[in-house]
Design a protein around this ligand. Structure first.
Ligand code: F0G
Length: 460
């Protein structure tokens, strides 16, 4: 009999969690104005709000923390991380930032101007926020299959090449500072981009002389999917695939809180000296001197180790296997989720789950609140609330899909926790037709409203 695949690590430290009562949760969610971001973490039993900065560091990472060099300039931790980045991605220039959106802020301050267009595959919300904040437009060129939850296309993060070509043909090239590829594509369900698609985007970018930027937050998970699903990559190592992926890019922004397996950190890496030179000034203004840029030396050390651990095949098989395990259970209960299952999260199709709740009443948010009430599980809405208002008309933007995202932190929960999540959702699914009314907004911010929005239930 073949041995089952267990986690390639054992647990050295534990953090207690508390399962509250439904009555407690009813009070807490009311006090939180029905926004799950407003809950205190002690009020949450299993926290699937994000896989960002919530992973468990290894003993080697903690050991690296102790040998961090906190020098203001020229820290050895900076040079250690610089070497790891050069070896993994092949980029000569690197700037640390305190997290991914800070990398976007610094690089886009140098590159994005009023009236620009940035085509890409379902830009992440902070990426889009940093584009729109500069009065530029994020043009989503993701393939149509990505918007069909049951479509089994193996690379639903891919860009539609014809659509991208149309954007490049019909707009002034000087207003397209770069094309951005998000690997994996978070907004479409942690879906990977194939090497072939990366190559095709690069060929088009070259033809129009436009640089290609990667948003690499989950680059290792993307490489793992390529190794599993794309012909010609079965005998390549994850690191070989990562290096080939980045060989097609001019640079990357990175949220190290994902595939860096650290709790805070980010960076910009590039082969373009002029990008580096321009970004340096903004890095010094917004983040810190170029050799620490918002990160402690110890955190750069931990990141250098984390990047290597995240590109170990056994780690990736276990990590993504856990996400698939949850996806299979939910599908087994008849719940519609984005298929194939993503790398970091399961995206539940909230519209199929709650057919009576209207999109104007925030279907995926309603489902997330119900899941919290059912079992103290905190998910996140990826739907109308997150889609925000159109910057010009100020009307609500209604996305094609209403998702509730169950993001799985790295190396944190056991499969028994995942069983609890699956049963909680099954219980909700059994009584889903009783849930008919959603929520209305009582207060919202002008941009990135989902973080701070306040809501109230719509009464009968
Ligand atoms: N790009 C992608 C694809 C992301 O998923 C995120 C963050 C960022 C950029 C920004 O990075 O948080 O370090 O500033 N995603 C988190 C999430 C917040 O929950 O998916 P950051």
């Amino acid at each position: 009999m073949q041995l089952p695949a267990a986690e390639p690590y054992k647990i050295k430290m534990v953090e207690p969690i508390y399962l509250s009562t439904r009555t407690e949760r009813e009070q807490w969610i009311r006090e939180a104005k029905y926004n799950l971001f407003n809950l205190r973490s002690e009020q949450v039993y299993i926290d699937l709000l994000t896989d960002s900065g919530t992973g468990a560091m290894s003993d080697r990472q903690w050991a690296a923390i102790m040998t961090g060099d906190e020098s203001y300039a020229g820290s050895s931790s900076y040079y250690h991380l610089k070497d790891v980045i050069k070896n993994l991605f092949g980029f000569d220039y690197f700037l640390p930032t305190h997290q991914g959106r800070a990398a976007e802020n610094v690089l886009f301050s140098a590159l994005v101007k009023d009236g620009d267009l940035i085509p890409g595959n379902s830009h992440f919300d902070t990426t889009k926020g940093h584009i729109e904040f500069r009065h530029a437009i994020a043009v989503d060129c993701t393939i149509q299959e990505s918007f069909e939850p049951s479509n089994l296309h193996p690379f639903k993060g891919n860009v539609d090449i014809d659509q991208l070509k149309e954007v490049l043909d019909n707009n002034p090239i000087e207003h397209i500072p770069f094309i951005i590829l998000t690997l994996t594509c978070n907004s479409s369900g942690g879906q990977p981009v194939s090497m072939q698609n990366i190559r095709e985007v690069k060929a088009l970018a070259d033809q129009y002389n436009i640089p290609l930027l990667f948003d690499s937050a989950r680059f290792a998970e993307n490489a793992w999917f390529i190794s599993q699903r794309e012909a010609g990559y079965q005998n390549k190592t994850i690191r070989e695939i990562v290096l080939e992926m980045s060989s097609y890019a001019d640079g990357m922004t990175m949220s190290s809180k994902k595939d860096g397996i650290v709790n805070i950190g980010g960076f910009i890496a590039t082969r373009r000296k002029e990008w580096y030179d321009q970004a340096c000034t903004f890095n010094i203004m917004f983040e810190g001197f170029v050799t620490y840029g918002g990160m402690a030396g110890r955190d750069m050390n931990a990141l250098a180790v984390g990047l290597m651990e995240a590109t170990e095949p056994d780690y990736l098989t276990s990590r993504i296997g856990q996400v698939q395990y949850l996806g299979e259970q939910l599908s087994g209960y008849g719940i519609t989720v984005q298929q194939p299952y993503g790398g970091h999260a399961i995206f539940v199709d909230a519209r199929a789950f709650l057919p009576y709740v209207r999109q104007e009443e925030f279907i995926a948010q309603t489902l997330s609140i119900e899941l919290y009430l059912e079992a103290g599980i905190r998910a996140v809405e990826v739907g109308t609330l997150m889609a925000d208002r159109d910057p010009l008309t100020r009307e609500n933007r209604y996305p094609k899909l209403e998702f509730m995202r169950l993001a799985i932190p790295r190396r944190v929960y056991s499969n028994l926790h995942l069983d609890v999540i699956a049963v909680a959702l099954k219980n909700l699914y059994d009584r889903r037709l009783e849930i008919k009314l959603g929520y209305r907004i009582t207060q919202e911010a002008p941009i990135l409203r989902h973080f701070t929005v306040e809501l109230e239930p719509i009464a009968m």
